[in-house]
Design a protein around this ligand. Structure first.
Ligand SMILES: O=P(O)(O)OC[C@@H](O)[C@@H](O)c1c[nH]c2ccccc12
Length: 317
């Protein structure tokens, strides 16, 4: 089966690359690009993934896997991302915080002018974040970068770091490891089961935690069928439509799914759209032991104080 067909059979709507024939058409003396269902991305997630495909193949030519492996042999060990979340939860009785260093988003535009990633990371650490998330996609309106990840790691920040990337190829996991990541995001709306299985093995080999992100029941059920998963993120934002609804976290943790997660001792991370202590309490009640928060804290003049605002108390002690 073709890659897109395998994905579609698992309910994945994101196509990994334009599936249909030549996009150029001749009409008289003119050549122009005819947009059609086949060669036009259906939403921003699909557009990012198609772009990523080109980006990764170019990067791979410049830095082949073998050269990355050599660098990794001499890299310092990774930090324990899952352990840091568990410890924070035990210590505070609140969900462990993954605080996101986020400059902009496709739906909200620029979130912070004068964006200084290292300053934000330090403020988060001081404010009690257990871990940090750093967006690394450079070509979309997310405005992330691997330089930010590297700069935060090199600045002596001790919190474990999540590389927030759109992973479509295992090469990216090696690259993230070199740039200072302790964990990486794998998006179930993009990756078929076999890719997730394979990538989780690579993460284990490299000492990285994998945060596997789901958004609906079907994705959750697929991911629960995969061995060796320690961290599942429930995104309250639909990456195709950008609709945000925090009751999504509750819905996906009800009944048998919640039971299975407890039995497997999986840590669930509530992601996106969390702004108030009530929001945090709501997802904690639903069963999460960690939260991933960007907008509400990165927008504050002191992002560290933003954390106290989010939890309704100082969690830095
Ligand atoms: O800024 P928010 O609403 O607090 O959301 C943070 C984080 O969950 C969000 O940035 C996110 C979750 N999954 C993603 C995947 C790609 C890009 C971004 C994301």
């Amino acid at each position: 089966m073709l890659q897109n067909e395998v994905a579609a059979s698992q309910g994945i709507r994101i196509r990994r690359r334009p599936p249909s024939g030549p996009p150029l058409h001749y009409v008289g003396p003119f050549e122009f690009r005819l947009q059609n269902e086949g060669n036009t991305p259906r939403n921003i997630l699909e557009e990012i993934v198609w772009h990523k495909d080109v980006e990764v193949s170019q990067m791979k030519e410049k830095k082949p896997l073998l050269s990355l492996k050599k660098v990794i042999e001499n890299s310092p060990p990774t930090r324990d991302f899952v352990g840091a979340l568990k410890a924070a939860h035990l210590q505070t009785g609140l969900p462990g915080l993954i605080a996101e260093v986020k400059k902009a988003s496709p739906s909200r535009g620029i979130l912070r002018e004068n964006f200084d990633p290292v300053e934000i990371a330090r403020a988060y650490e001081k404010g009690g974040a257990a871990c940090l998330s750093v967006l690394t996609d450079e070509n979309s309106s997310i405005k992330g970068s691997f330089e930010n990840l590297e700069a935060i790691r090199n600045a002596g920040v001790k919190c474990p770091l999540l590389c927030k990337e759109f992973v479509i190829d295992a090469w990216q996991i090696y690259y993230a490891r070199i740039k200072g990541a302790d964990a990486i995001l794998l998006i179930a709306a993009v990756l078929p089961d076999l890719d997730i299985r394979y990538m989780i093995k690579i993460c284990k080999m490299l000492g990285l935690a994998a945060l596997v992100e789901v958004h609906d029941e079907r994705e959750m059920d697929r991911v629960l069928g995969i061995e060796g998963i320690e961290l599942i993120g429930i995104n309250n934002r639909n990456l195709e439509t950008f609709e945000v609804d925090i009751s999504n976290t509750k819905k996906l943790l009800e009944g048998e799914r919640g039971q299975m997660i407890r039995k497997k001792d999986i840590i669930v991370v509530g992601e996106s759209g969390l702004f108030t202590p009530d929001d945090v309490a709501y997802v904690q009640e639903a069963g999460v032991k960690a939260v991933l928060v960007g907008e509400s804290i990165v927008k504050q003049s002191d992002p560290g104080k933003g954390i106290s605002g989010l939890f309704g108390k100082d969690i830095s002690l």
